[in-house]
Design a protein around this ligand. Structure first.
Ligand code: PBG
Length: 324
């Protein structure tokens, strides 16, 4: 045939395919999430997230140490307290589980980049991300508590704080408090476009943070909206966000792509618990090839425009060297 254009010419060998590949997975850009709980020598498998455990601080140090040996650079920490109350006190307690975990991690692994999730839902008895009054999640009174949480995490040594609550004005409130307390150099990675999503189901199981009444649709975004994501991102940037995040990732590749085109700052994407569990369960059943599927999914998130990705697959990728 008289074909001039033959795209297959550049697919002839692995060397050539690797040479022309536009997107590469890279350990520097992967962030692993951990769940740390009170107690000693505790390791509870999270049934809905095969391969991920809730661990006490001693075991967290062990897990992170072995992950660092595989090439891990950065972690996102979630705390599971023993006690919960209406105002989520454990979130901003100097000796809270997250604060102690940060201090221990930074002492043991000074080079590790430690990011903390700033939210109240793991610490409130009602499971909402803010203060509740009369069945409503109050915006403004929640801001001071979130700011206090971020400051206490920075004081413990966190390298970056990541507010995930979706209250209006929280990035500004956190920035102001961090600056007042001398943490001008601690960046804020804001969960800027965070959708109300069924994909968080396994996480809520892991963190025991499912709302006790209602849902999160009065503060997290409606998945029918894309322009609104741009609006949320712009607001967070005006308030001082250093990195903006899109969450979840896989059903929101269009949002990642739009946000990437709109802003100059780095864009993070969160490959959330439900996205992880779907792959794990399908792979355990033998229906799909886990390595191929994880590589394809993670690569697609980077290809859409993410500069870094939070993923529970990080350990498997590093350990098994799933980079090509
Ligand atoms: C806390 C928070 C959640 C996640 C990250 N931070 C849960 C939620 O908003 O309900 C979800 C992460 C995941 O599913 O992996 N607000």
């Amino acid at each position: 045939m008289d074909l001039i254009e033959r795209p297959r010419r550049l697919r002839n060998s692995a060397i050539l395919r690797n040479m022309i590949s536009e997107t590469q997975l890279n350990a520097d850009k992967l962030i692993m999430g951990y769940f740390v709980c009170e107690g000693r020598n505790i390791r509870h498998a999270i049934t809905s997230m095969p391969g991920i455990d809730r661990v006490s601080l001693d075991n967290l140090l062990g897990d992170v140490s072995s992950d660092i040996a595989y090439g891990l650079k950065s972690v996102l920490l979630f705390g599971i307290p023993d006690q919960k109350d209406e105002r989520g006190k454990g979130a901003y307690d100097t000796n809270g589980i997250v604060q102690r975990a940060v201090r221990a991690l930074k002492k043991e692994f000074p080079e590790l980049l430690v990011i903390t999730d700033v939210c109240l839902c793991e610490f409130t008895s009602h499971g909402h991300c803010g203060i509740v009054d009369n069945g409503k999640v109050l915006n403004d009174p929640t801001l001071a508590l979130l700011a206090k949480t971020a400051v206490s995490q920075a004081a413990a040594g966190a390298d970056m704080v990541a507010p995930s609550d979706m209250m209006d004005g929280r990035v500004g409130a956190i920035r102001q408090s961090l600056d007042e307390q001398g943490f001008q150099n601690i960046p804020i990675m804001s969960y800027a476009a965070k959708y109300a999503s069924a994909f968080y189901g396994p996480f809520r199981d892991a963190a025991g943070s499912a709302p006790q009444f209602g849902d999160r649709q009065s503060y997290q975004m409606d998945f029918r909206n894309a322009r609104e994501a741009e609006y949320e991102v712009l607001l967070d940037l005006e308030e001082g966000a250093d990195i903006v995040m899109v969450k979840p990732a896989l059903s929101y590749l269009d949002i990642i792509c739009r946000v990437r085109q709109m802003v100059q700052v780095p864009v993070c994407a969160y490959n959330v618990s439900g996205e992880y569990s779907m792959v794990k369960i399908a792979a355990h059943s033998g229906f799909v090839n886990e390595e191929q599927m994880v590589k394809e999914i993670l690569t697609s998130i980077f290809r859409a425009g993410a500069d870094m990705v939070i993923s529970y697959h990080t350990r498997d990728i590093l350990k098994n060297n799933w980079f090509k």
